[in-house]
Design a protein around this ligand. Sequence first.
Ligand SMILES: Nc1nc2c(ncn2[C@@H]2O[C@H](COP(=O)(O)OP(=O)(O)OP(=O)(O)O)[C@@H](O)[C@H]2O)c(=O)[nH]1
Ligand SMILES: [Mg+2]
Length: 276
Amino acid sequence: MAIHGLMKYTPFYRELADVLVGVDRLKRSLSRLLWALRLTERLTREYSMKAAKCFSAEEARYIRREYYGRLASVLREVDEEFKLLNEAGGLLSKLPDIDPEKPTIVVAAPPNVGKSTLVRRVSTAEPEIASYPFTTKNLILGHIEVRKGVIVQIMDTPGLLDRPLSERNRIELQAITALKHVASVIIFMIDPTHHAGYPLKYQLRVLKEIADSFSDVPIVVAINKVDIAKPEDIEKAREEIAKMGLEFPLFEISAARGDGVDKLMKEVLRLILGST
Ligand SMILES: Nc1nc2c(ncn2[C@@H]2O[C@H](COP(=O)(O)OP(=O)(O)OP(=O)(O)O)[C@@H](O)[C@H]2O)c(=O)[nH]1
Ligand SMILES: [Mg+2]
């Protein structure tokens, strides 16, 4: 990633690191490790001097044992810090590598409505799909080649529940961080059937919250699973959205079968690229 790109997305990666590991925890661990490093350097100097001055092999062995003992006790003291850094390294190395030069579509919604199915259908990403909530636990980035040389990024996110920011867990907070920092446009998905397990009104409360929190980002709503939805369920979704005064472009799709997906993506790409 180019350095200016890194700078542009520093707040995104910093916030993700905070969500996933905790920046304060990470800083505390690093400063404890620095303390351990300084102490081991001091011990090494101290015991090298002692060893240089000793008169017998037995005395040297004794000094060496004492030196190793003290080193081991310093390392024991920072064992938790090593574990934390190891865990942090694992989590942070899996973060998506976003190109800030390219627009990013963020797909958000409550769990189990079909976000990953859509992202998998339209992009290079291959997120796991399953019929239970919170299948997706990380941000997953895919690419769409709109035409030769024009690439757009699309991000699959973990499901969002209807609850205040302060109660969101670290899985949901990744989605919020993506919406806040990298979304050029948001596709909000709704499941008008009972299959996702979240009633329509519940899903629309999440939509309202996203609309209020990210009012400067265009939102397109995709009513999904039209292959199994009853016409009255789809109509109800349209009515409820209108009743709430939410005026977003609405598309009826089946992410699984592909119906309506081209039309949806055409509008989304038009919003971020102008005419496609
Ligand atoms: N009939 C039908 N089923 C769908 C459609 N789209 C998704 N599904 C099913 O809905 C379930 C959830 O799909 P996912 O794509 O995993 O949903 P998600 O929103 O990514 O779920 P989380 O990652 O758990 O938030 C799976 O069983 C999919 O096969 C669709 O258009 N029609
Ligand atoms: Mg998913």
